[in-house]
Write a protein that binds this ligand. Sequence first.
Ligand SMILES: [Fe+2]
Ligand SMILES: [Fe+2]
Length: 285
Amino acid sequence: MNYSIEDIMERAKELTTKPEIVVRAEQMLLDPNISFKDIAKVVSMDPGLTARAFKVANSCFFGRLSKAKTLTEAIVTIGIKGLYSLVLVHLIKEYYKTFGLQEMSFWNHSVSVSISSMILATEKGLGEVEDAMVSGLLHDIGKDILNSAEPETYADITRKVRCNGISYALSEQELFGFTHAEVGFELAKRWNFPEHIQKVILYHHNLFCLRQIEKESPASFWLTSLVNLADTLCIRLGMSIKTPQNGFGWGDVEAAKTLGFSEEQLTELEPVIKTRIEEEKRMFD
Ligand SMILES: [Fe+2]
Ligand SMILES: [Fe+2]
């Protein structure tokens, strides 16, 4: 069968149609006259999103000395850009609610990569933590789209990945003629995600393009390496559909070198990140 990305997007309409709440979040992001109070009013209409704003603002990543007591306080803490990320997080979580084990495993992997990306970003003082959060969470969104459009074919791909140890990207390329990275990139373009996040989704398995990425968008350069490293770390820890893969040294991981993490540093960080993922994942419940 011949597939096209266009066709896949059409068949996964439930997931690929841009929801009204994202449009409203974009408008808020672009409106220079909007106040945090006005934003709080809009957010408070959605109890799930409100709860999420408190959880994220009060997590250790935003450095509050005391807990945010009002929604306005929580939104000031995470900022408008952080709130936009939160809207995306919220939507994706809502989407996963109705699905089975495979989808839950995709969600758990995305949450683990998101938290690891935030920890690694904080560790190196790289960029903004909300970019790390949202990039980690969305890096594999193309898998959900492919799975939603072609559930039987995608279940076969997952079986191959699990039993033969080959990568999703390779198996998708064979069966569809493109990968989850390209499909996720198409969604990111249609939903007008910030450009540097679009690039992370497209290149997260293609670090050989890093120099090209650096020329196109310097912000994407470190973020793509960061998500690639967090992804590798989560696969190594068994936080993915694959069995834990630890038969390689950190010295061989290109993204680790790019970001300036030494082998010793990452060996020390690995168990710390594992514990922190367990502690922080309630942020995304
Ligand atoms: Fe991926
Ligand atoms: Fe991944």
